[in-house]
Design a protein around this ligand. Structure first.
Ligand SMILES: Cc1ncc(C[n+]2csc(CCOP(=O)(O)OP(=O)(O)O)c2C)c(N)n1
Ligand SMILES: [Mg+2]
Length: 354
């Protein structure tokens, strides 16, 4: 069974434990803290409701991101709206932090075209399901923005498994050489489905790979939203100053199944999952804000109810979409579709209508 990396100590942290480990500080106002908390809860609620919707047959296979919220909300909080996000399936809902309708993301998981969006609208690229192929996209985008004299940073999110992929290597090499204003954000949840990190790489940490691409690397506690924010902000400042890319390794331990189709009891370290759940990122930040006296029970309840209402509206809107035309499945792949596709479509329509 996989345990935590030996080098898991020494992670950058800001949130203490309220006892022996002291809290650090970050330069945010009380209002910004509450805004960040609201974002964290919105993602958590999105994720928990999505699992329920999946079990009710209302969305398809779903990649759970429970306890990855701090990595997503913390890093996004360090960006400006003009910066671009390149998400993987694990960050499917990150657009809602920028005002994307929840129904859009739910529609994506329903396999409905209402789940397609124009990346230019909110600076959120399409969700990337192939592992790591969006890393060169983000790097190319960032380099292109630099050539055009735009002040834009790109961030690509990917997992530990992605660091073994050719596209990660190509993208990171290119980013380093061209000094592209990009943040390579690795969620190291220590599993690529059932492949543990020690089978993924012989390196003691993922962050040390950064040196090979000529860029700095930072390791943070992935469940500490403030440490993630702080590290990403530093990376964004570097990128804007023309100093090039940064690799961030945010370390966590995947405490939910890879996706709704997975049974992790066959391979995961259950004790370690229990520890992670005990120390999950939303509760950790909530307790920190309570210690600072800038969040109380009534506000916690209000934020939760607001997020639940957003989700109720989102699923109602997604389900109100008229069924998509099955013909869409066959579009956008070929300029001149081969004749066999027309036969397949006719067969599909016959089955659906029958
Ligand atoms: C190019 C490619 N190969 C294989 C897969 C199948 N696959 C889906 S998720 C996954 C594991 C990825 O693990 P990691 O990069 O650690 O991301 P995580 O799911 O843990 O966030 C694999 C191999 C894929 N989607 N794309
Ligand atoms: Mg992983």
């Amino acid at each position: 069974m996989s345990r935590v990396l030996p080098a898991e100590g020494g992670l950058r942290r800001i949130i203490g434990d309220g006892h022996a480990i002291p809290d650090g500080e970050v330069d945010l106002t009380a209002d910004q803290h509450r805004d960040l908390y609201r974002r964290l809860v919105l993602l958590r609620t999105y994720d928990e409701r999505s699992l329920v919707y999946h079990r009710q047959g209302r969305i398809g296979t779903y990649a759970i991101f429970w306890n990855h919220e701090a990595m997503q909300a913390g890093s996004e909080f360090a960006l400006e709206l003009r910066d671009w996000i390149f998400p993987s399936y694990r960050e499917s809902a990150i657009g809602i932090l920028r005002g994307m309708a929840v129904s859009t993301v739910l529609s994506w998981w329903r396999g409905h075209p209402a789940g397609w969006w124009d990346p230019q609208e909110l600076g959120v690229a399409s969700i990337c399901v192939p592992i790591g192929t969006h890393v060169p996209h983000a790097v190319g985008f960032a380099w292109g923005s630099k050539l055009r004299g735009e002040d834009r940073v790109a961030i690509a999110y990917f997992g530990d498994g992605a660091t073994s992929e050719g596209s990660f290597h190509e993208g990171a090499t290119f980013a380093g050489v061209m000094k592209a204003p990009v943040v390579l954000f690795c969620n190291n949840n220590q599993w690529a489905i059932s492949t543990p990190i020690e089978s993924q790489t012989a390196a003691a940490t993922l962050v040390e790979k950064a040196a090979g691409y000529g860029m700095p690397g930072v390791r943070v506690d992935g469940a500490d939203v403030l440490a993630v924010y702080d590290a990403t902000r530093d990376a964004v400042v570097r990128a804007r100053a023309g100093e090039g890319p940064t690799f961030i390794e945010a370390v966590t331990y995947r405490s939910a199944p890879h996706a709704t189709a997975d049974d992790p009891t066959l391979y995961i370290d259950e004790e370690r999952v229990a520890e992670e759940k005990e120390n999950e990122c939303v509760g950790r930040y909530q307790r920190y804000l309570e210690r600072l006296g800038i969040l109380d029970d009534a506000q916690v309840e209000e934020v939760k109810q607001e997020a639940l209402a957003v989700m109720r509206k989102g699923i109602a809107q997604a389900e109100a979409e008229p069924p998509a035309d099955p013909g869409l499945v066959f579009e956008h792949a070929y300029a001149e579709p081969p004749p066999a596709l027309a036969d397949d479509l006719a067969e599909l329509r016959r089955v659906l209508d029958g």
